[in-house]
Ligand binder design. Structure first.
Ligand code: ADP
Ligand code: ASP
Ligand code: MG
Length: 403
C-alpha cells in the first residue's frame, strides 16, 4: 500500500467531465490498495478571471482581500471533486488550506509555508477516507487566509507529501511530463523520463512551466519523489530524482524561455565603489528579485548598469532607480519591457565545453542579437528581443538535437 499525494492542475479539473474523470482515477488507485490525498487547483482559468475581476473593481486591491478572493477558486474545485467521489461511494472530505493545517507567514499573495499540522488529514486517511485539499492557500500565523503565489498548488502538494511522508507526489497536468522545451512552441519536443532536482530548479526558475519553482525547492530539500504526468492519458510521465541516480547526463536537457522579464539600465553611473550596492540595496528593500546584471567597463569614468527583473516589478524598479539617480550622480534610467530570456539547462554542461559557443553560433546564424548573458554551472541564459524568443528556442532545440 502506497500513500500518494495527487495534485490536479487547472486544466485537469476544468469542467464537470474532467472532475468526474479525476474521481474515477482516484477510485482506481483506491481499488489498487493505495491511499490518496488529492490537491486541487481552481477550475480552468478561474484564477485569471478572478485577477481580472479585481482589476476591474479596484486600483488599490488590499492584498489581504486579493488572497480572500483568489483562494475562492480552489474551494469550488475541492467541493465538486468530493461530490463526484461521493457518487462513486467514496468518503471524501474537502479541506481549505487552513483546515488542512497549512500555516504560512503573513506575506499576502506570496506567502511561504512555515508549518503543516496534518492531523486532520491523517485522521481522514486512517478512517479510510480521501482528503481533498484546496491548493495554493494557507492560513497565516495571524489567522488570515493567504495564497502561495501563482502555480502554488504544486507547492501545497509537495509540502503535504513531505508532511505525510508520502511515497510519491504526482503532479497531474495537460501534458505527459516535462519536455525538452515547451511542446506548444516545438511540437517535436521530447518527453524526459528523468530530470534531476537541480535541473528542474533551473527549468522552473527560467520560465519553463510544469512545476512552480517553490515546489521544486521544497521537493529537493525534503527529498520528495515527484512525478509529473498527464490527467488526460494517465500514462507514466517524468520523474524528478536525485542527480546521482541518472546514469547518462545529457549535455543539454531542456530549453526554456521567459517573456515576462524586463530590463532596466541606469546610465552614466560614476565608476566608484558603493554605487551598485546602493542601487541593489534599494531594489532588495522593495522586495524586488533581480535576475541578470551587466555592468560595462568604463573608459570615461562612468558606466551603465543594466539588470533584469520580473515584468511585474518593472515600474517599482524604475522608481527605485530614478530616485537614486541624483545621489548616485548617474545621468538617467532607461527601461525595456520588450525583452525575453532564453535558457539552456543541462547537468552535462559541467563536463562538456563548447555549449556556449554552439549557443552563440546558433543565435548568430538566426540573426538574433544577444543583449545580456548569464550562466550557472548547469545553465546558460541569453536576453534577446521578445519577438526573437520563440525562434531562438526552435533554433537551439534543433542545434542541440533535442527532438
Ligand atoms: P497546470 O494548470 O496543470 O498547473 P501549467 O500550465 O502550470 O499546468 O503547466 C503545464 C503547461 O506547461 C503545459 O501545458 C505546457 O505547455 C507548459 N510547458 C512549458 N514548458 C514546458 C516543458 N518544458 N515541459 C512540459 N510542459 C511545459
Ligand atoms: N490556481 C492558482 C493559479 O492559477 C494556483 C495553481 O493552479 O497552482 O496560479
Ligand atoms: Mg501549474
Amino acid at each position: 500500500m502506497s500513500l500518494l499525494v495527487q495534485k490536479f492542475g487547472g486544466t485537469s479539473v476544468a469542467d464537470a467531465d474532467r472532475i468526474r474523470a479525476v474521481a474515477d482515477h482516484i477510485e482506481r488507485n483506491l481499488r489498487a490498495g493505495d491511499q490518496v490525498v488529492a490537491v486541487v487547483s481552481a477550475m480552468g482559468k478561474t484564477t485569471d478571471q478572478l485577477v481580472r475581476l479585481a482589476d476591474d473593481v479596484s486600483s488599490t486591491q488590499p492584498r489581504r482581500e486579493v488572497d480572500m478572493l483568489l483562494s475562492a477558486g480552489e474551494r469550488i474545485t475541492m467541493a465538486l471533486l468530493c461530490m463526484a467521489l461521493a457518487d462513486l461511494g467514496i468518503a471524501a472530505t474537502s479541506f481549505t488550506g487552513s483546515q488542512a493545517g497549512i500555516i504560512t507567514d503573513g506575506a499576502h499573495t506570496r506567502a511561504k509555508i512555515v508549518e503543516i499540522k496534518a492531523d486532520r488529514l491523517r485522521a481522514t486517511l486512517e478512517s479510510g477516507g480521501v482528503p481533498v485539499v484546496a491548493g495554493f492557500q494557507g492560513m497565516s500565523t495571524d489567522r488570515d487566509v493567504t495564497t502561495l503565489g501563482r502555480g502554488g498548488s504544486d507547492t501545497t502538494a509537495v509540502a503535504l507529501a513531505a508532511a505525510l511522508d508520502a511515497d510519491s507526489c504526482e503532479i497531474y497536468t495537460d501534458v505527459t511530463g516535462v519536455f525538452s522545451t515547451d511542446p506548444r512552441i516545438v511540437p517535436e519536443a521530447r518527453k524526459l523520463p528523468r530530470v534531476s532536482y537541480e535541473e528542474m530548479l533551473e527549468v522552473a526558475a527560467t520560465g519553463g512551466r510544469g512545476l512552480a519553482l517553490r515546489s521544486v525547492e521544497f521537493a529537493r530539500n525534503h527529498h520528495v519523489p515527484l512525478h509529473v504526468r498527464s490527467s488526460f492519458t494517465w500514462e507514466p510521465g517524468t520523474l524528478i530524482v536525485e542527480e546521482e541516480t541518472i546514469m547518462e547526463q545529457a549535455v543539454v536537457t531542456a530549453i526554456t524561455h521567459d517573456e515576462s522579464e524586463a530590463k532596466v539600465t541606469v546610465l552614466g553611473v560614476p565608476d566608484q565603489p558603493g554605487l551598485a550596492a546602493r542601487l541593489f540595496r534599494g531594489l532588495a528593500d522593495r522586495g524586488i528579485s533581480v535576475d541578470m546584471i551587466v555592468q560595462n567597463t568604463s573608459t570615461t569614468g562612468t558606466t551603465d548598469i543594466s539588470f533584469t527583473v520580473p515584468g511585474d516589478d518593472l515600474a517599482a524598479s524604475a522608481d527605485v532607480a530614478e530616485s537614486l539617480v541624483p545621489s548616485m550622480g548617474a545621468t538617467g534610467v532607461e527601461t525595456d519591457d520588450d525583452v525575453a530570456r532564453v535558457s539552456l539547462v543541462g547537468a552535462g554542461m559541467k563536463t562538456h565545453p563548447g555549449v556556449t559557443a554552439l549557443t552563440f553560433e546558433t543565435l548568430a546564424n538566426e540573426g538574433i542579437n544577444i543583449g545580456m548573458i548569464s550562466t550557472s554551472p548547469i545553465r546558460i541564459s541569453c536576453v534577446v528581443r521578445s519577438a526573437d524568443a520563440e525562434r531562438a528556442v526552435r533554433a537551439l532545440h534543433a542545434a542541440f538535437e533535442l527532438a
